[in-house]
Design a protein around this ligand. Structure first.
Ligand SMILES: Cc1ncc(COP(=O)(O)O)c(C=O)c1O
Length: 405
């Protein structure tokens, strides 16, 4: 491969790294293609197919000729469906004009950050965090301020830690629950304690990433920031998407709602980048949001069963402590008791990255190490796969942990 001329690449690229979760997913795919017996538990996507009514809506849209550019902010029908969704499920009043559609939830977050951040701005990111938040902030030329949570607090941000992280330069906090990677979720009271802190700091805006809202277990009730504290409505961007709840990761639709001037700024940016999200996927998303929601309880039940299976098997593994998450489809077990051990071949487990690499080498199980999410020593398992595969994978993890000494 010919080298690029010196200075050819953007300096901004040096500030970021490729997504570690996508890298691990790709590595396990390559090993599988090369004939290795690999179980991939790194990818963050449901294993279910997109429901048929949603696929049919897309096919009908193609046949009707809905195959042209759309409005930058999204088709009016989808923006209206998003406004209805926020009213129905979150008790939030947004007009369709306040609703914005982009090609995936990631793109919506990227767009909000690029449209608002300047050098010197700080963005609070709660660790362990979804891998893309700090890098998006860095790309936008601002500074991610990482606030760590503790396993002992259920990986929840505490009001004191939030207050201590805020400075006069804080422009945003990106707040995600149920969390990727821990599955942690907050009660209304826990959220109120955080919004009370945010009320004291009028310079701070809130990006509420509610992507896993529908994946919540055991009767836990989801609440979003602008609903819990209406006084924060004017500085909150409530963000969501169809990728996880409706098994539509490949369709690339994310959305948000917020104050009109922010939406206008995001539309200006999107007019000079993606233009619009795919017309066909937008029509499919109208059906996802407005159509029958009755598959969701079954979907949740399956995920809850898998969560219980994985948590129980991991807690029976030598040296692993796995808390029970309230939502999403991830667990984030601690391996602090295994740091300092060695594999039977004498390879040291000094970090969670060593653990993930040696687990892949020894047993062919691909997980993502905690450092990728900003909190060690842990690893993340995505349990969006069948019980049989999960039992096999957890059995291999038990064997691997048992072999460390
Ligand atoms: C917390 C969180 N937010 C946003 C996204 C982005 O979703 P999308 O696939 O719609 O870009 C993801 C995807 O993994 C996620 O885990």
């Amino acid at each position: 491969m010919a080298a690029l001329p010196p200075g050819f690449l953007a300096r901004a690229l040096n500030r970021i790294k490729p997504s570690p979760t996508l890298a691990m997913t790709q590595k396990s795919r390559e090993l599988k293609a090369a004939g290795r017996d690999v179980i991939g538990l790194a990818a963050g996507e449901p294993d279910f197919d997109t429901p048929d009514n949603i696929k049919d809506a897309a096919i009908a849209a193609i046949k009707r000729g809905e195959t042209k550019y759309t409005n930058i902010e999204g088709i009016p029908e989808l923006r209206a469906a998003i406004a209805r969704k926020f009213k129905r499920e979150n008790h939030l009043d947004y007009t369709p004009a306040q609703c914005f559609v982009g090609p995936g939830g990631k793109s919506v977050i990227y767009n909000a950050m690029m449209a608002t951040l300047n050098e010197g701005d700080e963005v609070i990111v709660v660790a362990p965090y979804w891998v893309s938040y700090p890098d998006i902030v860095l790309l936008a030329g601002a500074k991610p301020v990482v606030v760590e949570t503790r396993l002992e607090d259920g990986f929840r941000l505490t009001p004191d830690a939030l207050d201590a992280a805020i400075t006069k330069n804080t422009k945003w906090i990106i707040f995600n629950q149920p969390s990727n990677p821990t599955g942690a979720c907050y009660t209304r009271e826990q959220l109120k304690a955080l919004t009370d802190v945010l009320l004291k700091h009028p310079q701070v805006w809130i990006l509420s990433d509610d992507m896993y809202e529908h994946l919540i277990f055991g009767g836990f009730k989801f609440h979003t920031i602008a609903e819990v504290e209406p006084k924060l409505y004017d500085r909150t961007l409530t963000m969501n998407g169809v990728s996880k709840a409706y098994c539509m990761t490949g369709w690339r639709i994310g959305y948000c709602a917020g104050p009109l001037p922010l939406i206008a700024a995001m539309a200006k940016l999107q007019s000079q980048s993606a233009t619009n999200a795919t017309s066909i996927s937008q029509w499919a998303s109208v059906e996802a949001l407005d159509g029958p929601q009755d598959f969701l309880p079954g979907f949740r039940r399956v995920f809850e069963g898998r969560r219980d299976l994985v948590v129980s098997m991991l807690n029976q593994s030598n040296g692993i402590e796995c808390p029970v998450p309230e939502g999403a489809f991830y667990v984030y077990p601690s391996i602090r008791k295994l740091i300092g051990t060695r594999t039977p071949q004498g390879k040291p487990i000094a970090t969670d990255e060593d653990f993930a690499n040696e687990l892949l080498n020894a047993e062919g199980v691909a997980v993502v190490h905690g450092a990728a999410f900003g909190l060690s020593p842990f690893f993340r398992i995505s349990y969006a796969t069948s019980d049989t595969v999960l039992e096999d994978a957890c059995g291999r993890i038990q064997r691997f942990c048992g072999s460390l000494h």
